[in-house]
Write a protein that binds this ligand. Structure first.
Ligand SMILES: [Zn+2]
Length: 179
């Protein structure tokens, strides 16, 4: 069955959205920082943004990163290290004031480090499963959107994007409503 535009009913000025975006890619890279769907900050590098604004509005957002990343670990370590250094600093003050033996300081220092490591591991064990689920579901959402996006067409005459599967249409800058 030939595909035609639901608005004008013709197929002479339609083009696949993926072809418009793919054909406009040039050797140009830009970097940007944005907020992800989970509220996490991401840094993205995009190719082909020198292209037309049409191709830009028809582009699909970059696939979410599949790795869980070291970010949570770094944050956790920072939160765990800050109190540890505070404890060690207070200990050194107490030690200087009371002139206690070094043994007290060493034992307390080891206790601080052990509790930090244990706390970090517990925090990590609690946090990681949720993070993995979040990554998996955002990947699944992206895959579904990509599948829909791949079948979208653009009609130049009407300046609309349409889904030949459902007959739904939208202006190019609101394409995400079709996904
Ligand atoms: Zn049309």
């Amino acid at each position: 069955m030939p595909i035609s535009c639901p608005t004008c009913g013709k197929d002479d000025s339609i083009q696949k959205v993926s072809a418009i975006v793919g054909g406009s890619t040039v050797a140009m890279r830009t970097a940007g920082v944005g907020l992800g769907p989970e509220g996490d900050v991401g840094i993205g590098i995009g190719a082909g943004t020198l292209s037309s604004s049409l191709a830009q509005s028809l582009s699909l957002p970059r696939k979410p990163d599949s790795s869980v990343g070291v970010g949570p670990m770094v944050v956790g370590a920072t939160f765990a290290l800050a109190p540890m250094f505070l404890i060690l600093w207070l200990l050194s003050l107490v030690n200087a004031y009371l002139r206690t033996t070094d043994t007290v300081t060493i034992v307390a220092g080891i206790a601080a480090i052990v509790s930090m490591v244990v706390g970090l591991l517990l925090w990590h064990a609690r946090y990681m499963p949720a993070k993995r689920r979040g990554v998996a579901s955002s990947q699944a959402r992206w895959d579904a959107r990509f599948k829909t996006w791949s079948r979208l067409y653009y009609c130049k005459r009407d300046d609309i994007v349409f889904d030949p599967g459902t007959g739904a249409t939208s202006p190019p800058n609101a394409m995400s409503s079709l996904l």
